[in-house]
Write a protein that binds this ligand. Structure first.
Ligand code: NAD
Ligand code: UFG
Length: 386
């Protein structure tokens, strides 16, 4: 077994709450991990790095600062390998789990359904079994607005009927159903399902952000790559929808707001014994069209984004945005940022990291030696490398 534990630094008090974050090296996971560290949590990240880079974790440590950065532990683990994941449960007593890990490309899920069902469902079942066995029954799960399918009306409230249009979406829906069954069978479980709308933006430092592999599937990563010159033009999928300007309308939400949303959800799990299994939308409640979003990004980057109108993308809904009242009322959380802040921060990240994390190694020579020393020290100390 190539078991690879990296404790980023040594330290942290025994009394602080310890959160397991699966998929914590990814886009939303890295921002949320940073938020939790800054709030004083101890965080254990497990990630296979299937769709992310270790550099993101390094930068989270850097942004968390010398005190809070001490509380991050990182394991390169595929959660589908249950024995590997169990080693984490043996090493730490988790107070709660935030489960981001999963594959998320809709088109790829249509082409490779078994790969998606295996990765997303087997990994999740392994995680839930270990949580049950080790007595950690507080969970925040990354669900998605995709469960609303083509909503009959907007805004989408959490009690709308669920309908999914592709294997990726079905993995989200199946996992939601599994959590409902789990909680019904054992009322000790406290579970929050967060249905994200369209996450965009980056940490205001420009040090962490979204870094998709291959051709981006989603609108804003694509726009970003046009702006930095990696792609020539944006293809707009359809301008004949029954919307304000004919293009699709979505509820874009700043990833920093998502991060605070996870923190609010954790608080709810700790403070509310009868939460059961409850879904919350994380969105802004505002619909923005594709063309409005492109215009906002043009303002942020000071460049024109060349675009071409094409046919609708199969399976796309015309207009989707969130009802936010339930999250405001019950989690005490509300998104703070608008599309200008989202585009400003995304451009800051893009302009500083036009090729994402992968070409970033030259910008950390000063930190590298200290980082490596800490890691190798801790790996020996923990004796978990086999
Ligand atoms: P991401 O791909 O950046 O992060 C997911 C992380 O999970 C990656 O780092 C990946 O390496 C890891 N991972 C995948 N399979 C794994 C496995 N078997 N074991 C360990 N790690 C594994 O994606 P993201 O945008 O940060 O999304 C996080 C979660 O939120 C996902 O579950 C996604 O489906 C969900 N979500 C995302 C969006 C979106 O538009 N970004 C919208 C709604 C829901
Ligand atoms: N779009 C373009 N050109 C592109 C990409 C997207 O015009 O190159 C349009 C789409 O047609 C749509 C809008 O931009 O009208 C948003 O598309 P995204 O692919 O960015 O986002 P979706 O709303 O289709 O889906 C995303 C994730 C899903 C997730 C959903 C809700 O891909 O997994 O947000 O969270 F479920």
């Amino acid at each position: 077994m190539n078991y690879h534990l990296k404790k980023m630094m040594n330290g942290g008090s025994r009394n602080e709450r310890c959160i397991l974050v699966t998929g914590g090296a990814g886009y939303i996971g890295s921002h949320t991990t940073l938020q939790l560290l800054l709030e004083g949590y101890k965080v254990v990240v497990v990630d296979s790095l299937d769709n992310s880079e270790e550099e993101a974790v390094r930068r989270v440590v850097e942004l968390a600062g010398s005190k809070n950065g001490l509380n991050l532990y990182f394991y390169k683990i595929d959660i589908c390998k249950k024995d590997d994941l169990e080693r984490c449960f043996q090493l730490f007593r988790f107070d709660a789990v935030i489960h981001f890990a999963g594959l998320k490309a809709v088109g790829e899920s249509v082409a490779k359904p078994l790969h998606y069902y295996f990765n997303n469902l087997v990994g999740t079942i392994n995680l839930f079994e270990l949580m049950a066995n080790y007595g950690c029954k507080k969970l925040v799960f990354s669900s998605s607005a995709t469960v609303y399918g083509q909503p009959a009306s907007v805004p989408c409230t959490e009690d709308f009927p669920v309908e999914v249009l592709n294997p990726y979406g079905r993995t989200k829906l199946f996992i939601e159903e599994i959590t409902r069954d789990l909680q019904k069978a054992d009322s000790d479980w406290r579970i929050i399902l967060l249905r994200y709308f369209n996450p965009v933006g980056a940490h205001p430092s420009g040090r962490i952000g979204e870094d998709p592999r291959g051709v981006p599937n989603n609108l804003m990563p694509y726009v970003q790559q046009v702006a930095v010159g990696r792609r020539t033009e944006l293809t707009v999928f359809g301008n004949d929808y029954n919307t304000k300007d004919g293009t699709g309308v979505r509820d874009f939400i700043h990833v920093q707001d998502l991060a605070t949303g996870h923190s609010a959800a954790l608080q709810k799990l700790f403070n509310c014994s009868d939460i059961g299994c409850t879904a919350y939308n994380l969105g802004t409640g505002r619909g923005t069209s594709v063309l409005e979003m492109v215009a906002a990004f043009e303002r942020a980057c000071g460049k024109k984004i060349p675009l071409r109108i094409a046919d609708r993308r199969p399976g796309d809904a015309s207009e989707v945005y969130a009802a936010t009242e339930k999250a405001e009322r019950e989690l005490g959380w509300k998104a703070q940022n608008g599309i200008d802040e989202m585009c400003r921060d995304q451009w800051n990240w893009a302009s500083k990291n036009p090729w994402g994390y992968r070409h970033a190694h030259s910008d950390r020579p000063d930190n590298e030696q200290a980082f490596t020393e800490r890691v190798s020290h801790v790996v020996r100390g923990q004796a978990v490398t086999t």
